[in-house]
Ligand binder design. Structure first.
Ligand code: IMP
Length: 196
């Protein structure tokens, strides 16, 4: 049976807006952690899976509602997979404009011409009784040496997905979700929801 309400374990407005659109076809009330005054969960894990679980489990316990935790990040090959799980913290004071400049500068310094990267996303859907389910998605692409586009959030203006000649920041939300790491993880979550 489908839950009536779920809580999104995030305070990131960009992510929540994408998630609300993805869950719009379902008769589910989608609440954000902010709307319920839920605390920020410290991301002490070293993998996307651990952090997604930490967020979902803790907020499911506190709110008494099923809770969806999303942990995602940008993994750059020439930087050994960084910033990875630390993507949100790569930006000083969450200033992603600065973070993108720093990322481009770091890549130039490596003198490695291969700027391949991918976004990863792990979703954990946790219930107050401890039951949990995981769904994963990934999108491959590369980092561009200059920003372009104004949509999206985070590193979108410098990430060009494979097979396209524009960055994620030039995609509409729906277009981005049809190929993004989060969109792909959600496809799996939604097929699971459909089976309930
Ligand atoms: P967290 O999952 O809240 O720990 O944050 C993930 C971080 O990864 C965000 O703050 C962004 O820097 C980056 N990120 C994750 N998904 C995306 C995306 O779809 N576009 C751009 N940046 C993203």
């Amino acid at each position: 049976m489908l839950p009536e309400k779920i809580v999104i374990a995030s305070h990131n407005a960009g992510k929540i807006s994408e998630i609300r659109d993805l869950l719009a076809p379902f008769q589910i009330e989608v609440l954000s952690a902010d709307e319920l005054n839920l605390p920020d969960v410290e991301e002490t894990g070293t993998t996307f899976r651990e952090n997604a679980a930490l967020k979902a489990e803790q907020l499911a316990k506190i709110s008494g509602l099923p809770c969806l935790g999303d942990d995602s990040g940008l993994c750059v090959d020439a930087l050994g997979g960084r910033p990875g799980v630390y993507s949100a913290r790569y930006a000083p004071n969450r200033d992603f404009d600065k973070a993108m400049d720093m990322l481009i500068a770091e890549l130039k310094e490596t003198q490695n011409p291969d700027w391949s990267a991918h976004f990863s996303c792990v979703l954990c859907f946790a219930f107050p009784n401890g039951e949990r389910h995981f769904f994963e998605g990934r999108v491959d692409g590369r980092i561009l040496p200059q920003k372009s586009g104004t949509n999206g959030f985070g590193f979108d203006p410098v990430f060009q997905p494979e097979g396209f000649d524009k960055t994620f920041a030039c995609f509409s939300k729906a277009e981005k979700s049809s190929i993004s790491h989060r969109g792909r993880a959600f496809e799996k979550f939604i097929s699971w929801l459909d089976e309930q």
